[in-house]
Write a new protein. Structure first.
Length: 215
């Protein structure tokens, strides 16, 4: 569960979207990402616990698909500007909730599948989350979206957005971390279904950072 928390409240501690342009696929017509608002309906701690499951001491690492490495970057067709704006707004709202330290509202931006895939969770961590109060991030923990490289439609009614976030102490090459977000359409709109910062090409001897593969 440390992995789940570090990837959601580490890699995605994005406090402000400053000058982060979005466009159909290659940012040809730069449009500032809107300021987000943390107003999404939160998930309940009971719902989260049911989805992620609790760690079984006899089987602490059950087989789930969370964290599996992909062989290549996603490839699709450029989204239209309206969809690009929608994805930008979603990311901005997610950022606002993470800035507010509001875990239950933050995970409302994730699909059931993603929460399940990144589980299970240990009882102590679950109890800590249940009793915690949202606390805004300090100023020195704020991050910035450096660039949205592309937003593309994928087969299977999904979207891929490749985003570089700066100011993060991570293993990725500077200026921070470059993530692939996979979004799926749900009854509540687009939600994040997966995210990762490296892939495993079949001919590579070790994983390759996404940051090394984008402009």
């Amino acid at each position: 569960m440390i992995t789940w928390l570090s990837r959601v409240f580490g890699s995605l501690l994005v406090a402000t979207l400053l000058c982060a342009p979005i466009a159909s696929a290659q940012q040809s017509d730069a449009t500032p990402v809107p300021t987000g608002a943390c107003t999404i309906e939160p998930r309940s701690i009971e719902e989260f616990a049911e989805l992620t499951g609790e760690v079984d001491p006899d089987n602490p690492n059950p087989p789930r698909d969370g964290g599996l490495l992909h062989e290549s970057l996603p490839s699709g067709t450029p989204v239209d500007q309206e969809t690009a704006d929608e994805i930008g707004s979603l990311l901005a709202d997610l950022v606002a909730c993470i800035n507010a330290g509001d875990f239950l509202r933050s995970i409302a931006f994730y699909t059931d599948h993603l929460i399940y895939a990144r589980g299970p969770i240990d009882r102590a961590t679950l109890q800590a989350l249940a009793s915690s109060t949202p606390t805004p991030l300090p100023a020195d923990a704020q991050q910035t979206i450096e660039r949205i490289h592309s937003i593309e439609f994928l087969p299977g009614a999904k979207i891929a957005a490749i985003v570089t976030i700066s100011g993060i102490d991570d293993l990725d090459p500077e200026p921070g971390i470059t993530l692939v977000f996979i979004l799926a359409m749900t009854a509540d709109g687009w939600r994040i279904d997966d995210f990762y910062d490296r892939i495993a090409p079949p001919d590579a001897t070790e994983p390759v950072f996404v940051a090394e593969l984008v402009d």
